[in-house]
Ligand binder design. Structure first.
Ligand code: HEM
Length: 128
């Protein structure tokens, strides 16, 4: 598989992960029982694993196999961990709805930042 295909596959899972997380966040706020269905509990694990595997694969092909690691890759790894933590608070651990809503919005903002970093390959996206 070509490097471009892997990057695009990574982009596809980035989109799928955001779509499903947004839907789950909406269901959480509406207290919708759909949130507890089996596929809704399983699918995010599969999608997020694929997101990470394609990310690691692309990073290996483009950077790590050549002995380089640009700052934006490190930022994305840390950002992904922060996003997962905020997602956990938003959908599981948050004690009140206000906490869950705050964590949900923060997770979406972190995710938007990571998309901008991915597209521009800069830690400070769109800075001239
Ligand atoms: C939630 C986390 C992440 C988001 C939202 C994200 C987002 C993106 C986006 C939108 C692209 C551009 C895709 C395209 O052009 O089709 C991209 C590219 C890329 N991402 Fe991610 N990413 C994430 C995590 C990671 C992680 C953890 C790594 C590294 C381990 C990584 C490595 C890469 C690489 C190497 C590219 C290709 C850059 C290039 O065009 O040369 N990403 N990412």
């Amino acid at each position: 598989m070509s490097t471009q295909s892997i990057i695009h596959l990574h982009g596809l899972f980035v989109f799928l992960s955001l779509a499903l997380f947004s839907l789950r966040g909406y269901w959480m706020l509406r207290e919708c029982p759909a949130l507890q269905t089996r596929w809704v509990k399983i699918a995010p694990h599969i999608i997020d694993t694929m997101l990470l595997l394609t990310a690691l694969w692309a990073a290996w092909l483009i950077f790590w196999s050549h002995g380089t690691n640009p700052a934006f890759i490190t930022v994305k790894i840390i950002g992904l961990i922060v996003y997962i933590g905020l997602g956990l608070v938003a959908l599981k651990l948050g004690k009140t709805k206000a906490i869950r809503l705050g964590a949900f919005i923060a997770a979406l903002l972190v995710y938007a930042y990571l998309i901008a970093v991915g597209i521009t390959m800069h830690v400070v996206p769109f800075a001239s």
